[in-house]
Ligand binder design. Structure first.
Ligand SMILES: [Fe+2]
Length: 379
């Protein structure tokens, strides 16, 4: 947001207000839009709107508008009094109308294979993040823009993960519990609980909502294997969009069924592998070949889908996208589960009892904490 920008020109007609800012930006605000955004129509305490669009005059006509100190005052025909619009608020709305995102712009990393996870991503010790809100703020800012960030020196003991999560966001409980143990067990209900390698994937696309962020804390590292893999799904989707737009469109427009059934859960959801916003931006990637169901497409549609699906799967296997890291006991990674794909190499559980604890966090709570701390550190 640009603070207290100056307005150099102001014009109005009965149906719209035109503003020109000192930096040359222009915006045209409809009379009905202004009339719907009166300060007086919001609760002064919680800022929630007290009126509804059906309460507005159908065609409110501006009678007069003028700059007055740090506000623009507007009067409407057939209405007593006037309304004032704060310049800071108008500047924010001008940016929004110009298409500025509500959430921080993601910083994509397509070259994971050339990056060093310990050097090129955000790391903070638990003590520093806990003891200094500025460290916590900058760590969260990088988490939400780069999609993953790491904490070090988190005590390698059960429960330390959940005790750490207030620094990140709100834990989301699932049928796996508030947290879950990732280690090899006999007859696992999920292949994650075996010693197999796992290809890049996102977790739980069968859930509604899909877990927003995931945290994994290493209690016992495997010395030979169990390497952690990460890749930026937004960057890979963008690559597919450039290389093969038809395949990208198929993945973005086709709903795919995902399911997970166990003794205590029967979860089903349908979503595209690449999810777009109304503006056509990639806002989520859902890829989990373990839980994808038989695709309900007949011959030709199935062939078209498989061509696109395979194309994406092959990109996921390309080493150039893949960030690799041997996590150590006490390391903790947090990543955006709707953007960052994760996986691991296999390990020998008979020789080494690799053990991680994991949990999910609601997506909005992580963005909220990042925004709150950013506000606090900029004051
Ligand atoms: Fe996973």
């Amino acid at each position: 947001m640009k603070a207290m920008r100056a307005i150099t020109e102001i014009h109005w007609t009965p149906s719209a207000l035109m503003l020109k800012w000192g930096d040359g930006d222009r915006v045209e605000l409809a009379s009905v839009w202004l009339r719907d955004n009166l300060r007086e129509d919001r609760d002064p305490g919680n800022d929630q709107r007290l009126s509804d669009v059906a309460d507005l005059p159908v065609i409110p006509r501006i009678r007069h508008a003028a700059l007055q100190e740090s506000t623009v005052r507007v009067e409407w025909e057939q209405e007593a009094g006037s309304a004032s619009f704060d310049l800071d608020w108008l500047a924010t709305q001008t940016a929004a109308i110009a298409g500025t995102r509500v959430l921080p712009q993601p910083r994509l990393w397509a070259d994971g294979g050339r990056l060093d996870a310990r050097r090129d991503f955000a790391w903070a010790t638990l003590a520093a993040a806990r003891g200094d809100s500025g460290v916590n703020a900058s760590w969260l800012r990088r988490l939400v823009t780069e999609g993953l960030a790491f904490l070090a020196d988190v005590p390698a003991e059960p429960g330390a993960l959940l005790a750490t999560m207030p620094l990140v966001g709100q834990v989301a409980e699932t049928n796996y519990g508030l947290s879950f143990d990732v280690r090899a067990v006999p007859d696992p209900e999920n292949l994650a609980y075996s010693d197999r390698g796992l290809g890049l994937h996102t977790d739980n696309p069968y859930r509604e909502p899909v877990p927003g962020f995931q945290a994994l804390h290493v209690l016992v590292a495997a010395p030979d294997g169990g390497e952690s893999l990460f890749a930026d799904g937004f960057a890979i989707a963008q690559q597919l969009r450039q290389e093969d737009p038809a395949a990208f469109e198929v993945l973005a427009r086709t709903p795919v069924p995902f399911a997970y059934h166990s003794r205590n859960a029967k979860l089903n959801a349908e979503r595209p592998l690449v999810q777009l916003s109304c503006r056509g931006e990639v806002v989520a990637v859902h890829y989990n070949s373990r839980s994808i169901q038989p695709l309900p497409f007949a011959a030709e549609a199935a062939e078209r889908y498989y061509r696109a699906y395979r194309r994406f799967a092959l990109l996921l296997r390309e080493p150039r996208f893949m960030l690799r890291l041997m996590m150590r006991a006490g390391d903790l990674v947090v990543f955006d589960n709707q953007r960052i794909l994760h996986g691991r190499t296999g390990f020998a559980s008979a020789r080494h009892p690799r053990h991680l604890q994991g949990c999910y966090l609601t997506r909005d709570s992580v963005f909220s904490r990042a925004a709150l701390l950013a506000e606090g550190s900029s004051k």
